[in-house]
Design a protein around this ligand. Structure first.
Ligand SMILES: Nc1ncnc2c1ncn2[C@@H]1O[C@H](COP(=O)(O)OP(=O)(O)O)[C@@H](O)[C@H]1O
Ligand SMILES: [Mg+2]
Length: 253
């Protein structure tokens, strides 16, 4: 990984933000549809994630996990409430400024991968480096290193459609980590991997986390969750409870 200066929060952000707070949501609501067809997908979600945490979001299908991760990743608009990221009020920022913060700080693994169809594996992985203004000459070495680490060197000139689901998922993870983001947001990142590969990815996340990267993952797997230190449980859009990992789940039914 290269070393490059981490983007610093603005002076105003430093003043209003709490030390160590990376993400703070206050009463965040997300709805789809209008009028009588309006449905709530996230309901008064309040959540704080500090720099350097490794958090798992769990809950039944349809609970709003992916929606929450997309809001955190600044991919999703149309929500109400407060979202503070590194002390910056995301709810008050224009889309261009949100995109700037996202590109500088966030690596995102989509549940459906969302690789770019007409770019090769190599080009997909290289893309976040161009957002981060890493010089072209430096990019080749960084991408080569990641291809090697993920054991996909032989796939670098293939297009996403030429890969299995598991291989696409690996490329999506490689793309999320290549630019050394401050935070990794990963939506069921091992759902299509063999158990050995899944374990390797969790170990990679643990190493990155030990080196300071904040990790927030959505998972159905208690084993995957055990790599983190805290579980946030969602149900029907509500935060149902939080628990440290390794304790009995706090589900109610
Ligand atoms: N674009 C959309 N339009 C309408 N409803 C949506 C949309 N995206 C998600 N939903 C609904 O929001 C709820 C939560 O979805 P999601 O966040 O994908 O849940 P999870 O990831 O926990 O399975 C589901 O009921 C889903 O149908
Ligand atoms: Mg989902």
């Amino acid at each position: 990984m290269t070393t490059r200066p981490a983007p610093q929060p603005s002076a105003a952000a430093a003043e209003s933000g709490r030390a160590g707070s990376l993400i703070r949501l206050v009463n965040l609501d997300k709805t789809f549809g209008e009028g009588s067809a309006r449905t709530w997908v996230l309901r008064r979600v309040s959540l704080e994630v500090r720099e350097g945490e490794f958090v798992s979001i769990m809950g039944p299908s349809g609970a709003g996990k992916s929606t929450l991760l997309h809001v955190l990743g600044m991919h999703e608009g149309g929500w109400e409430g407060e979202y503070h990221f590194l002390g910056e009020p995301i709810h008050a920022l224009k889309p261009a400024k949100r995109a700037e913060l996202r590109n500088a700080n966030i690596g995102f693994v989509f549940q459906q991968y969302h690789l770019i169809d007409d770019l090769t594996v190599y080009e997909n992985i290289e893309m976040p480096l161009s957002y981060r203004n890493v010089p072209k000459a430096e990019r080749a070495g960084i991408v080569a290193d990641v291809l090697d680490r993920f054991q996909i060197v032989g796939k670098k000139d293939l297009y996403p459609r030429q890969l299995s689901g598991g291989q696409q998922q690996l490329v999506a993870i490689a793309r999320a980590i290549v630019a050394d983001p401050k935070v990794i947001l990963a939506d069921e990142p091992t759902g299509n991997l063999h158990s050995d590969q899944g374990r390797e990815i969790m170990e990679l996340f643990r190493r990155l986390n030990a080196a300071g990267t904040t990790v927030i993952q959505v998972t159905h797997s208690e084993t995957n969750a055990s790599f983190g230190s805290r579980i946030v449980r969602l149900r029907d859009g509500w935060v149902e409870g939080e628990s440290p990992t390794g304790t009995a789940p706090t589900t109610e039914s």
